[in-house]
Design a protein around this ligand. Structure first.
Ligand code: CAA
Length: 258
């Protein structure tokens, strides 16, 4: 399918979605977000796809929600139109793993989109921030919530209240990103991680994603029980038999998602 604001490539079980509005540093307008939601939905349905990467350009993952699109909107427009709620839901509905490969600016909605992904691999040029306060507004796609859960209240308050940017090294120290690599290596690293995931049983992969997301949504006892029951349920799969037999027989497992 052809898109105007993103480029989608599927290769070796990996669907890579590149945000592609270079003249606006990949600012997220509704057309882009809707195309992204559609592409992710297609990737979810496509049995060939086992992992998804969302990337931007070298200069910008995304410099935020599109300020020009929002500048003339009224309270009535955004409240009654429920600005960004369906677009965010479209990303959060995806059950396959999503890696954000972030180079350059990931600001406002860009940082928030990266945080909606399951983990972030950053280039050493990455800059994260929630600078909405400079525009007389505040974060509106999870920047006060997901960021706080990921990096803690002190850094989240600092970033949201001052609008300062966090570089890749600080972001890794703070737990916002899982790895930092030289800019030129970013896509190789992200694809390598995606390929590793693609080799596993999709049953484990999708259950792990569901369980980890419960970590910040449920009380610990309930979340651990949720994990335990999922773990128990895997003993009904062929992939559990295969994975454990392969270990015992000292060979590589051949998972069949069964
Ligand atoms: N929306 C719309 N256009 C944007 C944009 C955005 N968020 N960010 C950059 N652009 C556009 C610029 O307007 C410019 O276009 P023109 O040449 O047509 O004027 C082009 O991208 C290049 O940008 P700059 O010339 O500003 O590039 P720079 O290298 O000097 O600065 C930057 C880069 C620091 C990222 C700067 O562009 C910037 O501060 N951008 C805005 C960041 C921001 O405030 N993001 C939050 C948006 S609100 C939000 O996201 C709400 C939410 O939570 C949902």
């Amino acid at each position: 399918m052809a898109y105007d604001n993103i480029i989608v490539e599927i290769e070796e079980h990996i669907c890579t979605v590149r945000l592609n509005r270079p003249d606006a540093l990949n600012a997220l307008n509704l057309e882009l977000l809707r195309e992204l939601g559609k592409a992710l939905g297609e990737a979810q349905k496509n049995d060939k796809v086992r992992c998804i990467i969302i990337a931007g350009s070298e200069k910008a993952f995304a410099a935020g929600a599109d300020i020009k699109m929002m500048s003339e909107k009224s309270f009535t427009d955004v409240f009654l139109g429920d600005l960004f709620t369906p677009e965010e839901a479209a990303v959060m509905r995806i059950r396959k793993p999503i890696i954000a490969a972030v180079s350059g600016y990931a600001l406002g909605g860009g940082c928030e989109l990266a945080m909606m992904c399951d983990f972030i691999i950053a280039s050493d040029t990455a800059k994260f921030g929630q600078p909405e306060v400079n525009l007389g507004v505040m974060a509106g796609m999870g920047g006060t919530q997901r960021l706080t859960r990921l990096v803690g209240r002190a850094k989240s308050m600092d970033m949201n209240l001052t609008g300062r940017f966090m570089d890749a090294e600080e972001a890794e120290r703070a737990g916002l990103v899982s790895r930092v690599v030289p800019c030129k290596e970013l896509m190789k690293e992200a694809t390598g991680a995606a390929k590793k995931i693609a080799e596993k049983s999709m049953i484990s992969v999708m259950a792990i994603k569901e369980a980890v997301h419960r970590a910040d949504q449920m009380p610990l006892t309930e979340a651990v029980l949720f994990e335990r029951r999922l773990f128990h349920s895997m003993f009904a799969t062929e992939d559990q038999k295969e994975g454990m037999a392969a270990f015992v027989e000292k060979r590589e497992p051949q998972f069949r998602d069964k």
